[in-house]
Design a protein around this ligand. Structure first.
Ligand SMILES: [Ca+2]
Length: 236
């Protein structure tokens, strides 16, 4: 991992980022939500156990076999150079399955129970979508996932199609600041100021009217998953 949080942050042209990446980007959020209130009419919310948590959004409670998708529907985003920032929490008790930051053609894709028979948490309520996601996978599923460890990844259409990845878990019961930047095919992710991915995948989110949101799920392994301080901004 490369730490970008030090005095050099912001001076490395094109890759300045980390904990201050959002502020360094120099433009306001195209969309932001601090979840001080929950503006339900602005979202497509489909959940079996999630709820607004008075200050953040609880995507999954500490319940097994839980799924949530929360997509902003106030507008779509037609972007090729943009940055997504949020704070993410997974833990208590530490388990599965993870969170995605998703960019999809429609938020009304099939629910988990219709695309896998049971114990579907590993699919994070993203599978079935057409689009991309930043995957924060906190639970290995070696029986079907080609990656044998927890990971941070860029995925396309399914949790088994990783365009880029690094072994890492955020499921330690602490809040983590995640910044994901898409810049003309270059994909960079910082977690708590550490650059954990920096790559040019063969395929990356292209200019398209995406619905943007977050998803999470639990299976037999359970985490409470929460998100806060969400911001999407165009790069200057
Ligand atoms: Ca997994």
């Amino acid at each position: 991992m490369v730490e970008d949080g030090g005095v050099d942050a912001g001076t490395d042209a094109g890759v300045d980022g980390g904990a201050d990446a959002g502020r360094d980007a120099g433009t306001g959020c195209l969309w932001e939500d601090r979840f001080d209130v929950f503006r339900s009419s602005e979202y497509h919310l489909d959940t079996s156990c999630g709820q607004w948590g008075a200050g953040d959004f609880v995507l999954t409670s500490r319940s097994p076999q839980c799924r949530t998708r929360l997509y902003y529907v106030g507008r779509t985003f037609d972007l090729e150079r943009f940055q997504v920032e949020l704070e993410a929490y997974a833990g208590m008790p530490s388990g599965g399955d993870g969170i995605t930051i998703a960019f999809v053609q429609t938020p009304t894709y099939p629910r988990l129970g219709t695309i896998c028979p049971s114990n579907c948490g590993g699919h994070l309520d993203f599978d079935g979508a057409t689009g991309f996601a930043v995957e924060l996978d906190t639970w290995p599923n070696p029986e079907w996932d080609p990656l044998a460890t927890s990971h941070v990844a860029l995925i396309q259409d399914t949790t088994t199609r990783h365009l880029a990845y690094t072994p890492l878990t955020i499921a330690d019961g602490a809040w983590h600041r995640v910044v994901a930047r898409f810049d003309r095919g270059r994909f960079t992710v910082w977690v708590d100021g550490y650059r954990v991915l920096d790559t040019h995948p063969a395929t990356a989110p292209a200019r398209h009217p995406w619905y943007v949101g977050v998803t999470a799920a639990t299976g037999s392994a359970v985490n409470e998953h929460r998100i806060d301080n969400l911001c999407i901004r165009a790069l200057p």
